[in-house]
Design a protein. Structure first.
Length: 149
């Protein structure tokens, strides 16, 4: 058992071995990811404020417009916020962990960073597939509905 640990410690290093160009590219990617996530969080904050103002005015202005009522717009906006927040959290975690990995030269932070980047892209990919399926179902529904009319 001791021999395995000696070999493992000799071959595994907690330092990051990256070329200067790769390090610079990752630093720049982390900065842009941090910027995009912060702007996204501000956007979410503005959407929440808009939802609250629509919710407050919907009680005053509710004209019984059905699907186009302010309450339905608030519900739609809240759903959009929920689908927007997760990729931004993953992107922010990627940026933060990547910056720490490059500053501290630590492979564990680098691994955590790429784990969050993977989660970001996985969430976005699944979301795109779900939206594409919903669009497909909507088109099929419209074609069936128009043929019955």
């Amino acid at each position: 058992m001791m021999q395995y640990m000696d070999i493992y410690q000799d071959t595994y290093s907690s330092e990051i071995d990256l070329s200067p160009d790769t390090r610079r590219y990752l630093q720049e990617a982390a900065k842009w990811a941090k910027f995009i996530s912060v702007v996204g969080f501000v956007y979410i904050g503005l959407m929440i404020l808009g939802c609250l103002s629509m919710l407050l005015t919907s009680t005053i202005l509710d004209d019984g417009l059905g699907l186009y009522s302010p309450t339905m717009l608030v519900v739609f906006s809240v759903v959009m916020v929920l689908f927007t927040v997760m990729p931004l959290i993953y992107m922010n975690r990627f940026a933060t962990k990547m910056q720490l990995a490059l500053i501290k030269d630590d492979v564990n932070y680098l691994s955590e960073s790429f784990k969050n980047l993977k989660s970001h892209y996985k969430f976005c990919g699944i979301f795109i597939v779900v939206v594409a399926v919903l669009y497909g179902l909507a088109i099929i529904g419209l074609v069936v509905w128009s043929s019955l009319s």
